[in-house]
Ligand binder design. Structure first.
Ligand code: NAD
Length: 491
């Protein structure tokens, strides 16, 4: 480990954050975090168990009423200070993300900007939490609607965007006046640990944000879901785990926000600007090494432009520099873990067995780290696993279609409904696609679409609820209706 990396890791708290103090797990147990680029250990963290999770919820509940009564301006100012601090510490955050998750350092810097933006956005939204007032149609009552914080929340985040998936939940929860227990993914907890310290440094009162990293997710989530004091669970991760949490949330009828998996279609019509589509495809597929819920999973290309699109796309994919993300030259890092590498290998082998052609790539790299060659597959049958499952890696399967109706049919033939992309020069077609596609997000001639100002979320088994935008704050509030007699009702 170089001196700079050791200095950086020394700044990251390794304990649990409960009631504003960093404390050891009660069991004394720990778990290791490794660098996927090298397989080397980066850090050892305290591992929370059920007792620690309950202590974290105790701390959140103890301050919930006081926190709810703080002014929106005070909460807004904390978020704004946090935004500034994350930017001051941008290089630390970027390096931490690359070290624990693997993405190229330039992309980690991009995530710092993107992730911090949720802090600024919700610092602005915090003070625009409007209700409304009216008289009921019969004239008998005056009504006021107002928004109140939901209450203590459990926030569970995935490993693929270690900063942004946290800020997307923590910032609106703070803006709304909720307290919280945050559980990051065990593969990438370091960014969250450092972010939590940054929130304390920004002046967040103790107990508002509690962090329980740990090696057993269910040991943390199960006792909290069963605790009647918890009011909400917000989860980003796989559809499979989302379903388990929804079942667990049912007993106490919790508010839930679920940001789950995807199987995004990237549709290129014969009237598209092919160069623009190829640029869009690079962003939609290769951002984050393909490990994004919004990653283009199936390239549906009109048969008349398939050859041109495939050739140009494969050329760009083949030119990517695969390597350790800490190296500024690398444009494609390692996969997160060995299991992911094995899964991608099996998906590509299955496609080839079923008749797909490898245009470029198609192999895992030998040696340290979990690298897979950026890959383009053509002639992919729709029965291949790559066409049906979330790939979560640098593999682009190309499937051809004949007309618009067929493109829509193939695109919708999945249980998922998160992101979709359409490339065409025909604006009337854009609207028909918007009507026809069952997706929460659509990029029109655009391959990278996430933004703090936009409501992000899916339909079908990609989840429920929205993060970001004005909608992101609604997820952490309950609407209360107050009824008062109309003073003229009996006159
Ligand atoms: P995952 O479902 O394995 O884990 C997500 C989080 O849930 C982690 O913190 C994990 O520790 C925790 N977890 C696992 N089992 C649990 C349990 N039984 N109870 C409580 N928590 C549990 O997902 P992942 O591999 O970390 O992330 C990849 C997945 O996340 C992909 O499916 C991707 O599409 C999805 N994702 C969705 C969005 C979105 O906004 N829709 C964004 C990013 C990632």
């Amino acid at each position: 480990m170089t001196a700079n990396v050791s200095e950086l890791l020394a700044k990251v708290p390794t304990q649990l954050l409960i009631g504003g103090k960093w404390v050891d797990a009660t069991s004394g147990e720990t778990f290791d975090v490794e660098n996927p680029a090298t397989g080397e250990k980066l850090a050892t963290l305290s591992s929370a168990n059920s007792d620690d999770a309950k202590a974290a919820l105790d701390a959140a509940c103890a301050v919930q009423d006081d926190w709810a009564r703080t002014s929106a301006r005070e909460r807004s100012n904390i978020l704004r200070r946090a935004f500034d601090l994350v930017h001051e510490r941008a290089e630390d955050f970027a390096a931490l993300m690359t070290l624990e998750m693997g993405k190229p350092i330039a992309e980690s810097r991009g995530e710092v900007t993107y992730g911090a933006e949720y802090l600024r956005w919700f610092s602005e939204e915090a003070v625009r939490d409007y209700g409304h007032s009216a008289t009921v149609p019969e004239g008998s009552l005056r009504m006021i609607t107002r928004r109140k914080p939901v209450g203590p929340c459990l926030l569970i985040t995935p490993w693929n965007f270690p900063l942004a998936m946290g800020t997307r939940k923590v910032a609106p929860a703070i803006a709304a006046g909720c307290t919280m227990v945050l559980k990051p993914a065990k593969l990438t907890p370091l960014t969250t640990q450092y972010f939590a310290q940054t929130m304390l440094d920004a002046g967040l009162p103790e107990g508002v944000l509690n962090v329980v990293s740990g090696s057993s997710a269910s040991a943390i989530s199960e006792p909290l879901l069963a605790d009647a004091r918890l009011r909400k669970v917000s989860f980003t991760g796989s559809t499979e785990v989302g379903k388990t949490l929804l079942k667990g949330a049912a007993d106490n009828v919790l508010r839930t926000s679920m940001e789950l998996g995807g199987n995004a279609p990237f549709i290129v019509f014969d009237d598209a600007d092919i160069d623009q589509a190829v640029e869009g495809a690079m962003g939609a597929k290769m951002r984050n090494i393909g490990e994004a819920c919004t990653a283009a999973n199936r390239f549906l290309v009109h048969e008349d432009v398939a050859e041109e699109f495939t050739t140009k796309f494969a050329e760009k994919i083949a030119a990517l520099e695969v390597g350790n993300g800490m190296d500024e030259k690398s444009t494609c890092g390692p996969l997160i873990e060995k299991k992911a590498l094995d899964n991608i290998t099996a998906l590509v082998d299955d496609a080839v067995d079923k008749g797909a052609t490898v245009v470029t790539g198609g192999k895992a790299l030998e040696g340290k780290g979990y690298y897979y060659q950026p890959t383009v597959l053509s002639d992919v049958p729709r029965t291949a696993r790559v066409a049906q499952e979330e790939i979560f890696g640098p593999v682009a399967p190309i499937i051809t279609f004949k007309d618009e109706a067929e493109a829509i049919r193939i695109a919708n033939d999945t249980e998922y409904g998160l992101a979709s992309y359409v490339f065409t020069e025909d604006t009337n077609r854009l609207w028909r696609l918007a009507d026809g596609l069952e997706y929460g997000l659509m990029g029109f001639n655009a391959g990278v679409i996430s933004n703090a100002a936009a409501p992000f979320g899916g339909v079908k088994q990609s989840g429920m609820g929205r993060e970001g935008g004005a909608e992101g704050l609604d997820e952490y509030t309950e609407v209360q209706y107050l009824a008062l007699p109309d003073p003229y009702a009996d006159a």
